[in-house]
Design a protein around this ligand. Structure first.
Ligand code: ATP
Length: 229
């Protein structure tokens, strides 16, 4: 599903590589935590998968796409197969919950009857039935993140990338969001989540890939955040 082969990334304005000789493979249906200190390269890793950045060296494959050789016009197709969730939710403030989710389908040209059918289904999946008409500011942080997850998942992407999705949430709400991401993972969707949240990583015992100064220093099948940290 995801393959990085000896990938290095050096930003133009930076002296040290953001990623250095990184090789990681993630299979379909896996749930993987990407951890590491601030500046270790987690966001760069995710941006390479979305082709928001290109590697300085090495190759990146996502689904059946070879991102290294991909023509610019094919990038939208790649991004349709990847759902994204962020720490700051990134909802459209002037649209309702249902409109936020529907918008993700409108921009890729889905027919109206499909949108009418699948939006309530996905809102039910994330536990927001009954809140379809609310505005984002009328929701709690956890509910806003559920909307963001619904929007990321409504097109049934092959993969969900989550960058610190619990970073703005209290521990109980974070656990609820993790249960939701687990449920989405059980549908066969590959989930890759960058996080600093020790307790979540420790309680889930999933695969952990750790970056340190741009290098992979650990790849454990059922890892914890780290001993003594
Ligand atoms: N657009 C950019 N231009 C120049 N340098 C960058 C750019 N983006 C990231 N970097 C540098 O690359 C390194 C890795 O950054 P990255 O954002 O990938 O780390 P991170 O692990 O996601 O950090 P955080 O947890 O703080 O989000 C850092 O040294 C950062 O300063």
């Amino acid at each position: 599903m995801i393959r990085l082969e000896q990938v290095s990334k050096v930003y133009k304005t930076s002296t040290r590589p953001a990623l250095e000789n990184v090789s990681v493979q993630v299979d379909k249906g896996e749930f993987v935590f990407l951890i590491g200190a601030s500046g270790s390269g987690k966001s760069t890793f995710l941006r390479l998968l979305l082709r928001e950045e290109v590697p300085s060296k090495g190759r990146v494959y996502v689904a059946n796409f070879d991102l290294t050789r991909m023509a610019r016009r094919r990038v939208p197709r790649l991004r349709q197969s990847i759902g994204c969730v962020f720490q700051d939710f990134r909802l459209l403030a002037n649209k309702t919950v249902a409109e936020n989710v529907a918008f993700a389908l409108e921009v890729i040209g889905k027919p109206r009857h499909t949108i009418r059918k699948v939006v309530p289904e996905v809102l039910e999946l994330v536990g927001l039935e009954g809140k379809a008409g609310r505005m984002p500011h009328e929701l709690s942080g956890g509910e806003q993140q559920r909307v963001a997850i619904a929007r990321a998942f409504v097109n049934r992407p092959l993969m969900l990338l989550a960058d610190e999705p619990t970073g703005n949430l209290d521990p109980d709400t974070s656990q609820d969001i993790m249960l939701l991401l687990e449920r989405i993972n059980r549908t066969g969707t590959t989930v890759l989540m960058a996080t600093h949240d020790h307790s979540i990583v420790d309680s889930m015992r999933r695969r952990v890939v750790e970056l340190d100064l741009g290098r992979v220093v650990r790849d454990d099948a059922r890892g914890v955040y780290g001993v003594g940290r």
